[in-house]
Design a protein around this ligand. Structure first.
Ligand SMILES: CC(=O)CC(=O)C(=O)O
Ligand code: MG
Length: 220
């Protein structure tokens, strides 16, 4: 039976957020990471979602919160071991997303060989735009994404620079983690990641498609 839930508010579904790291060579290099031979994956919980009108909260244990602007893929039809040639049929649409990252904590986790949960999965670590229906982006492998902090351009990239394409990622991920309707895949960030502070205003967009604005706050 068809679902009665509305994917326009996919963040309310409580589904998985699967993130791909180091998918742009220029970003892997700026953080002195090797360019990966296979996708680097990590997860955020649904409690990471935040939508426009609410603030991004700096986690109390971090002093170096970074923005990472990314194209998000919203899954419309679930599946396991989806072949690359069928992958695009599993997409319902897209969203512009930020993979907010406590970089100081991530660096410490890397040094200690610990998972990135505290660095990547805290409340409000996944700001998202409105849902963008699939038909609005003819070629998700060729869109420009950008991010400004207080009106200054910090990130600008094109999804054509991704190392692993969207069909490849859907196929690769679904072989390991079954994809479900309402899941979101964050496809990685281009270069230019940098620190944000309390009271900063972040603006980000997919050129010609969507833009969004978030304020950064710190819990009292
Ligand atoms: C080093 C990272 O934080 C990887 C990541 O999230 C990315 O988008 O690249
Ligand atoms: Mg990221």
């Amino acid at each position: 039976m068809a679902s009665t839930r509305n994917l326009n508010r996919f963040w309310e579904w409580g589904r998985k957020i699967i993130c791909v790291g180091r998918n742009y060579a220029d970003h892997a290099k700026e953080l002195k990471n090797a360019v990966p031979a296979e996708p680097v994956l990590f997860l955020k919980p649904p409690s990471a979602y935040v939508t426009e009108g609410s603030s991004i909260m700096v986690p109390f244990y971090s002093h170096n919160l970074h923005h990472e602007v990314e194209l998000g893929v919203v899954i419309g039809k679930g599946g396991t071991a989806i072949p690359q040639k069928a992958a695009m049929d599993h997409i319902a649409g897209y969203a512009l997303c930020l993979d907010m990252t406590a970089r100081d904590v991530q660096d410490e986790c890397k040094t200690k060989g610990l998972p990135w949960t505290l660095a990547k999965a805290f409340n409000t670590s996944c700001p998202v735009s409105e849902f963008i229906p699939k038909e609005k982006i003819a070629d998700p492998g060729n869109v420009k994404i950008w991010l400004k902090v207080n009106d200054q351009l910090r990130q600008e990239g094109n999804t054509s620079q991704m190392i692993f394409s969207i069909p490849f990622l859907i196929s690769y991920i679904s072989e390991i983690i079954t994809l479900e309707e309402g899941d979101l895949i964050l496809t990685g960030t281009p270069k230019g990641v940098s620190s944000v502070q309390e009271h900063d205003e972040l603006q980000a967009g997919i050129e010609g498609i969507v833009s969004m604005k978030f304020r950064v706050d710190r819990p009292q």
